[in-house]
Ligand binder design. Structure first.
Ligand SMILES: Nc1ncnc2c1ncn2[C@@H]1O[C@H](COP(=O)(O)OP(=O)(O)OP(=O)(O)O)[C@@H](O)[C@H]1O
Length: 327
């Protein structure tokens, strides 16, 4: 496939004016490419697919059909926010699929990280293809491909098609309006399109979602402990000025229990591990020096508010030797 190349003369989009000009130009191009046909988009709520959705809503409105899949591994409040922003506020044509039972059912008892990833990726394609087949008259598939995806695919690092592996009978033409942009430019454009800050500046979140933060075989109760502790950590980082400053922060609940004490009684519960790291290129990473008092406060909230947890640990390990995520 012929790859797009960013012209050397293309100015870096750093201001609202430049973003406006880009949006205008893309809206005109999208209208020309799509005409009166329909476009399908897998909308994760991440910055790339959200910006593509907002651009397409502006360009072709109801001709865009967005599909948001809840695989049961999303963070607390995420599917609700996608529905609020895109269906309620932007009036998008949004199909919300709650496939939690399906994903968790397939993942039950599976502990190997690669197998888990494959199940999640494969099931996602299946759910998305099923929805696509129910729709009529779709000719285009929009994707949040960005320029680093293209550069990486040229270097053979990863496949560039975001929703790769769709069955061949779904023979869509691709629409990739942000494929020449770097991530920082996508954020400037997203802000100009009126997307909320927590979507535009969202920290990276792996495709398999919270599944990789629930190491080993995923159980619903341990997954809930990951989701609730992650929500507390994000809330406290936001309140204390660390959102947007720390590259990535999350919690992990490993599959072992230890003895604790609560109200004079012995408990046997999980620990929550907190990870907060900074990186420029994700190849190496350093650990954030989170103020001690804040860590104590977060610990106090987690052990009192999250069911099944009696300890909180901080991961002090840079990359290398550790990786950022646990699986
Ligand atoms: N839960 C989901 N529902 C719908 N589409 C999804 C979902 N998760 C991922 N996708 C689709 O797969 C693409 C790649 O997902 P990935 O997790 O690698 O995110 P990404 O490349 O950072 O993009 P984004 O910023 O849009 O999440 C997304 O852009 C989106 O089109």
């Amino acid at each position: 496939m012929e790859q797009a190349k960013r012209p050397e003369t293309m100015e870096r989009i750093t201001t609202s004016e430049l973003a406006k000009a880009f949006i205008e130009e893309q809206v005109a191009e999208l209208r020309k490419q799509i005409g009166d046909k329909k476009v399908l988009l897998a909308l994760s709520g991440g910055v790339d697919s959200s910006v593509v959705a907002a651009l397409l809503i502006k360009a072709v409105g109801q001709q865009l059909v967005c599909v948001h899949v809840n695989h049961g591994l999303l963070r607390k409040g995420e599917p609700e926010q996608v529905i609020k922003v895109f269906r309620d506020e932007m009036k998008a044509n949004l199909i919300y699929v709650d496939a939690t039972e399906r994903f968790l059912g397939k993942l039950a008892g599976v502990s190997d990280p690669e197998t888990k990833r494959k199940i999640i990726g494969g099931e996602f394609i299946e759910v998305f293809a099923e929805e696509a087949k129910k729709l009529e008259g779709i000719e285009f598939l929009a994707q949040g491909t960005i320029y680093p995806d293209i550069l990486e695919s040229e270097q053979g690092i990863k496949a560039h098609h975001n929703v790769g592996g769709l069955p061949p009978e779904l023979n869509f033409e691709l629409v990739e309006p942000v494929k020449l942009l770097y991530k920082d430019e996508v954020r400037v454009v997203g802000k100009e399109l009126g997307l909320p800050d927590n979507m535009v500046y969202r920290q990276p979140f792996p495709g398999p979602g919270l599944g990789v933060r629930c190491p080993g075989a995923i159980t619903r109760d341990r997954l809930e402990a990951v989701r609730e502790s992650d929500a507390i950590l994000r809330e406290e980082f936001a309140k204390n000025g660390l959102e947007g400053k720390v590259w990535q922060y999350f919690t992990v609940v490993p599959d072992f229990k230890s003895t604790g004490i609560r109200d004079g009684k012995r408990t046997f519960d999980w620990p929550v591990i907190i990870r907060a790291v900074n990186t420029k290129d994700a190849i190496t990473a350093t650990v954030e020096n989170v103020p001690y008092e804040l860590m104590q406060h977060i610990t106090d909230r987690i052990v009192h508010e999250v069911k099944g947890v009696n300890r909180v640990l901080y991961d002090f390990t840079p990359k290398p030797t550790a990786t950022i995520e646990y699986e």
